[in-house]
Design a protein. Structure first.
Length: 310
């Protein structure tokens, strides 16, 4: 899939060096094709790292995708330059005036707070409310998944005994479900979180279905309302060195973190980790784009809505 991004965004050069098909504005505008329009609400502190990870993951279908990053107005990022945010990010008041094919809500390092204590919670819930009528399918990642499950389906979160960090094996259920089409029986996923979502509340909700989980990590992939909302409780988009950076960052902070599980060869933090999850990560994002966005979104949102109004 050619990803259509801004001509000048810094991660463009990295993606091209990795042989990922990136289409700039000039080439995209010359093609007579209906691309998908995807919003990404990037709540992660390291904006460019998350941009790169998600764009990699969205790069493996023949569909053309226009990606627009948005930010919160109620909280200003402390780890990204103001120039980068102003140049490459829109805000919700700007994008809410039209329809979108898909929305991705990322994780955020605010798990230890109650949802209502997060300073952009009201803005996030406004976006989630808006997405119900203006977005074909919304994908929620990690804390974004916990927030979406809580706000949309009243699923509470709970504190884990210790941080869940490492590479964990997941089991696929309901193999005919389109979200896990092509998956193996077992696959690996990075995890990095302090909290989990209540399994009983998920299983008791008729609008939710668990399609992959783990004995160690709990539910991993949850489908809400037949794909209108999809929840990923881990970080399949993580780069090979992301957990390494997090671990060494926490060491410097004096947090004394546990070594990420199943991550470093022979549990030796001086050795380079091995990437073992990218294939399933790519397939997950491809399945979401194809089956829950492309196959369900109107060809022309505005014409469809105008016809309904008339």
């Amino acid at each position: 899939m050619p990803i259509r991004i801004d001509n000048d965004i810094p991660v463009k050069k990295i993606l091209e060096d990795e042989n990922i098909f990136v289409m700039d504005e000039n080439r995209s505008n010359s093609q007579d094709i209906r691309p998908l329009d995807i919003l990404i609400l990037n709540l992660m502190p390291l904006k460019e790292d998350t941009e790169l990870a998600l764009l990699r993951s969205l790069s493996n279908t023949p569909l053309q995708v226009n990606v627009t990053f948005i930010r919160t107005l109620s909280y200003e990022s402390k780890h990204a330059s103001k120039q980068h945010i102003e140049r490459f990010y829109s805000d919700f008041p700007t994008v809410k005036k039209r329809k979108w094919d898909g929305l991705i809500i990322t994780g955020a390092p605010v798990e230890k707070l109650e949802f209502e204590e997060v300073n952009y919670w009201n803005e996030l819930t406004e976006i989630m409310d808006w997405s119900e009528k203006n977005v074909t399918s919304t994908l929620h990642i990690c804390w974004g998944a916990q927030a979406g499950l809580y706000y949309r389906y009243n699923v509470p979160k709970f504190a884990l005994p210790a941080k869940l960090s490492g590479i964990y094996q997941m089991k696929t259920f309901h193999k005919k479900t389109e979200l896990v089409r092509g998956f193996d029986d077992y696959f690996l996923v990075p995890q990095s979180r302090y909290t989990g979502s209540d399994r009983n509340a998920i299983e008791e909700n008729d609008h939710l279905e668990i399609v992959a989980d783990s004995e160690e990590c709990g539910p991993y992939l949850i489908i809400g309302d037949n794909g209108k909302n999809i929840f990923i409780t881990g970080h399949p988009e993580y780069d090979v060195d992301t957990l390494d950076k997090e671990y060494k960052r926490d060491l410097k902070k004096g947090i004394d973190p546990a070594l990420p599980c199943n991550y470093y060869p022979n549990n030796d933090a001086t050795r380079k980790p091995v990437k073992s999850w990218r294939c399933h990560a790519n397939m997950l994002y491809t399945n979401w784009l194809n089956y829950y966005v492309y196959q369900n979104t109107p060809y022309e949102w505005n014409e469809i809505m105008d016809a309904k109004i008339d």
